[in-house]
Design a protein around this ligand. Structure first.
Ligand code: SF4
Length: 66
């Protein structure tokens, strides 16, 4: 699984950080998302999908390797 963030869409709402702080942080300057682990372990897959689903600007993409 790979997490990517489109910073041009991110509005810095921080919902992803609230959802899973082990995967996401926010830039201290502008609040945009910082992906802490682009290829997280299996036990965080559901949390990554949840964060992407809850992101108000659809800035997060979670791609599952095939
Ligand atoms: S929830 Fe979406 S818009 Fe908000 S900080 Fe995270 S990626 Fe950016």
């Amino acid at each position: 699984m790979t997490i990517t963030a489109d910073l041009s869409r991110c509005v810095g709402a921080g919902q992803c950080v609230l959802t899973e702080p082990r995967l996401f942080d926010q830039d201290p300057d502008d609040g945009t998302v910082v992906v802490l682990d682009h290829e997280p372990p299996a036990d965080l897959v559901e949390a990554a999908h949840e964060a992407a689903r809850l992101c108000p600007s659809r800035a997060l993409a979670v791609a599952v390797a095939t």
